[in-house]
Each structure stands twice: as C-alpha cells, then as structure tokens.
Design a protein around this ligand. Structure first.
Ligand SMILES: Nc1ncnc2c1ncn2[C@@H]1O[C@H](COP(=O)(O)OP(=O)(O)OP(=O)(O)O)[C@@H](O)[C@H]1O
Ligand SMILES: [Mg+2]
Length: 508
C-alpha cells in the first residue's frame, strides 16, 4: 500500500502530514492512518510548503539560479529539506464499529491513500438512491454511494451549487436509480423540460420508464399525458404564499367561493357579480389571474392562453397525478411553457392534495404502508427564500419543509442561492448534496447549516469540479465526498443491468 506521508504535528481537527517525496496529496484526499485501534480516515483541507532552509537562504539560492549564476547549483538533499505539508482532519474512526473520532491517531504514524477495502465496512441501505462513487480528491474509489431514500427524501434534500455544476444531472441520476422500483413517489416540477428527455437522453430511455414515469406536458409526446388542469380543481388556499392578495381581495375570493363553489375562478374571470364585491376589486382580481395564470374572458368564452388550465377539461388530472405518486411513480411535469406562478400553483395544488391525503393516512394509522413522497423543485428560493414570494407568507412548500417529514412528504430543493433561504429552513434540510460554488457567502450558509462540521471545508467546496460533491447528511457519519456519474453513462449501465439489484453500500 503506497505510503504518501507521515503525521508530524497537529491537534484534533487539524492533523499535519508531511508529504512523501514523489507523492501528490490532493485537496479533499481521503487518507488512512492505521494504529492498533483500527483505522482513522483523514480528509485533507489544506496544503502548503514546508522547508528546513530559512526563507533568506531560499531567496538567495533561487536568486542565484534565476539570474543564471549558479550553474548546476542544487539544494542539499532537496527531497529531505523541502516538502509539502498537508493539513487535514480525522473524519471517521473505523474499528469494530464506526465512530466519530475522539482520539488522535498515533503521532509520527505513516499515512496512506484510502483503498476500496478500507471502506468495505459500509452497510447496505434498504431503500437505495444512487448518487455516485466515493471520491478522494479527484480520484475515484470504486465504492458506490447510496442514501436510504426513506430517511433522506422525507427529511428533505438540498442540492446547492452555482450554475452548471451538475445539479440537474445529479437529480436525473438519482431518479434513474429509483425508477421502476415503485418505492418512492416523486413529483418533479421541471421548468426546463430536461428530465424526461424530450430532446436527447432522459428518464424516458430507462427500460422501465413506461411503468415508472408519468410525463405531463402541454405539448405531450406520443404515449404521454396532456398537462391540463380543470379550473374547478383550484382552491383559494392553493394560492397561499404564491400570489399576493390584499385583505379586500381575499375577502372577495371567499365570497366568490361560497357563491359559485368550484366555479369561483371562472366566475371572477367572466365578471359575474357577487354581493359585497365592488367592481374595482373584481377587475383587479381579473387582472391578477390574467397576468399570473394567463386566463381571461374574451366576451364569449374563458381563454386559457397557456393551455394548462381549462374550464371544460382536465377534471381527473390532479387525481391521476396523486394516484401515480402514491403508487411510487415518478410524475414529471413539464412546466417550461407556463409561467413561474402557474408552475408554483400547479405544484401547490398537487402538493396540497398529497399532504392532505398523507395527513389523513397518519390519523387513520395507515401511513407506514405508504411510499415516501418527495417533491423536486428547481430554484427553491422562489418558495422557501426570504425574498418576494416567501414574504407573501407561508406556502405549501415551506409547510412541507417544516412539517412534511411527519407525514412522509419531503422536498428535494435545487438552488443556486442557498443563502437566501432562512437558516431554520436550511437546517431542516437534513441532507445537503453540495456541489461546487465559488461564492463565499453561499459556501458559508451551507457550512453553517450542514449536518457535519464543515468549517474547514471552504476550500474543498470551492474547488469542487463539475459532478464532484460533498454529501453532508444526518444519515451519514461523515461528509462523504462523491463523484457523480454523467447521467447518460449511468443510464447505459441501468439499461445493461436493469434486472440486477445493485450492490448497494450505505454510508451510515
Ligand atoms: N457528474 C458530471 N460529470 C461530468 N460532467 C458533468 C456532470 N454533471 C454535469 N456535468 C456537465 O455540466 C453540464 C451542466 O450540468 P447541469 O445542467 O446538471 O448543471 P446545473 O447545476 O443543473 O446547472 P443550472 O444551474 O444551470 O441548472 C452538463 O451538461 C454536463 O456536461
Ligand atoms: Mg439545472
């Protein structure tokens, strides 16, 4: 086993290792120290030079060399006198059991790279969701990393990174790994229409896609569903925290609801009168509905411009979606052609229906048999952030973030801006799959709310390449560095081994 260094100093949380000459310890490397109590796993978070020669002498020698005066001048035994110091922290102790390190590894012990065998203690989750392989720096160790979906989905997952680092790719890989198992009900709100694979590879190319996915779009592909929702399915509370209404407008909506029942939106749009609502309020409501949902009355009929809402069709859509989710299917909704508010409203209608159902199951004692549900939402600060929308008050998404776990309903929130999500909500997202981020305030927000102490990992996070991530979760013993595969490569593997149960490994 190749020795790469030796412990020369340090303290708990900051072990200093002298690099052996010829080795190249990397930022993020997982190294192993063996002693008579077992193994200690050290993760490197900083690198710097060390030298036995004084700074002045080094400056002089380099000056002589640079100015061409030294001929073949060399340091005396350069590999002994100049070296690299790697700074790391012990993240795990592996002996008969796995524990959080409370003792220092033996002083002056040699350190080596982690091998596959070192990590083979990792156990198998019952409900595996694939994320990638363990990574040491930029080297991949051939151990698959899975989270247990029952725990992770219901306790919420956050996937933060700057744009283009591989968030969507990761979610595709995760969805692909559970597709066809019918163990998790997933609702995917897809504003970029990138998951199903309308153009190019996507979840549709999985061999079990026919049984495992329901795809809804205003522009459906053959064999998929039309996204059309009947206006009667919309309740006033679905707008909570999504659209802003004044007290007078809320009052008016209540009056319309009690006067016209399910046809309340249509009646507002058609300009029907109700006692107690003046014309101005009515026309403001009509304007809000027109700008946010593209629904208006042209004098003869109700027009739904984006074709998502209808006053005549789509009565069963929400029911069918909820049914599929309960059956453990992945319901992907292409919201690329509908506006922001309409997308959030559609999500709100479905999420409300699911949460209400699961709350009922819980009160009736039948929740244990139900599959966990996760709602995938892009640009999560739209509904969770302390920004414009969240100021509108509580919405179904923030309610799920707060209390969904009790009812087996969780969020899988994707974001480029974790820092605008309130600390309390961030902390509630108990699994964070952190991809690269060059913005310091973003990294700080994540480190402050992570399940493990990541205070030394700033450089590690900043230097994450595309597809490299750190999984920090209350369900993992340490923040696990992973390399996520490219979706199309992973898909190919799935196609080849669709009938084999994966060799699963659970970090926990
Ligand atoms: N695991 C990976 N390995 C290698 N390359 C990757 C990986 N994941 C993503 N990429 C590359 O990065 C590109 C962007 O990935 P992706 O669309 O998933 O990023 P994103 O974080 O979702 O971006 P955005 O914030 O814009 O939605 C991909 O097209 C792919 O080429
Ligand atoms: Mg994306």
């Amino acid at each position: 086993m190749s020795i790469c260094g030796q412990i020369i100093a340090g303290q708990l949380g900051k072990i200093l290792i002298r690099e052996k000459s010829g080795q190249k310890i990397e930022l993020g490397d997982l190294l192993v120290v063996e002693d008579d109590r077992g193994l200690a796993l050290i993760q490197i978070h900083n690198l710097y030079y060390g030298s036995q020669i004084s700074q002045l002498a080094r400056e002089l020698i380099s000056g002589v060399k640079l100015e061409g005066r030294g001929g073949g001048l060399q340091f005396l035994e350069p590999q002994l006198r100049n070296y690299v110091i790697a700074e790391g922290k012990t993240v795990l102790r592996i002996s008969d059991n796995i524990s959080v390190p409370k003792i220092l590894p033996d002083f002056f012990n040699t350190v080596r790279y982690t091998t596959k065998q070192d990590l083979e203690f990792l156990s198998v989750p019952e409900n595996p969701v694939y994320m990638g392989k363990i990574r040491s720096g930029s080297k991949i160790i051939d151990i698959d990393v899975y989270l247990d979906g029952l725990d992770a989905f219901t306790h919420h997952i956050l996937i933060p990174s700057t744009t283009g680092r591989g968030k969507s790719n990761l979610v595709k890989v995760m969805l692909c790994s559970i597709l066809g198992q019918d163990r998790f009900g997933m609702l995917v709100l897809d504003p970029h229409d990138e998951y199903y694979g309308r153009s190019g590879k996507g979840l549709k190319d999985h061999p079990k896609s026919r049984q495992g996915i329901r795809y809804y779009s205003t522009n459906p592909l053959p064999g998929t569903n039309t996204l059309i929702i009947n206006l009667n399915s919309i309740e006033p509370e679905h707008f909570e925290g999504i659209l802003s209404f004044t007290i007078a407008q809320q009052h008016a909506i209540r009056l319309y609801k009690s006067e016209y029942g399910d046809r309340w939106i249509e009646s507002i749009v058609r300009g029907k009168g109700v006692k107690g609502v003046n014309k101005v309020t009515l026309s403001v409501l009509q304007r809000i509905i027109r700008t946010s949902l593209s629904i208006y009355f042209d004098g003869e009929e109700v027009i739904c411009e984006n074709r998502v809402f209808s006053n005549s069709a789509g009565e069963a859509t929400i029911h069918d979606m909820v049914h599929s989710i309960e059956e453990g299917k992945i319901v992907v909704i292409d919201t690329s052609k509908v506006g922001d508010e309409a997308e959030l409203l559609i999500g709100s209608i479905i999420a409300n229906a699911i949460l209400a159902k699961y709350q009922r199951y819980k009160s009736e004692g039948g929740l244990t048999e139900k599959v966990p549900v996760s709602i995938v939402i892009e640009e999560a600060p739209r509904v969770l952030g302390s920004n414009k929308l969240a100021d509108l008050g509580d919405n179904i998404y923030s309610r799920i973030a707060r209390e969904g776990r009790k009812f087996k309903v969780g969020l899988l929130a994707i974001t480029q801006l974790a820092s605008v999500i309130p600390r309390q909500v961030l902390t509630n997202m108990n699994t964070k799959i952190i991809l690269g981020n060059e913005m310091a305030p973003e990294r700080r927000a994540l480190m402050d709310s992570a399940a493990q102490d990541l205070s030394d990992d700033d450089r590690n996070i900043a230097s994450l390449d595309r597809g490299e991530a750190i999984v920090s979760s209350i369900f993992t013993k340490f923040a696990v560095p992973i390399k996520i595969p490219l979706f199309k490569d992973y898909l190919e593997n799935c196609v080849q081994s669709v009938n084999d149960r994966p060799q699963t490994v659970f970090i926990g």
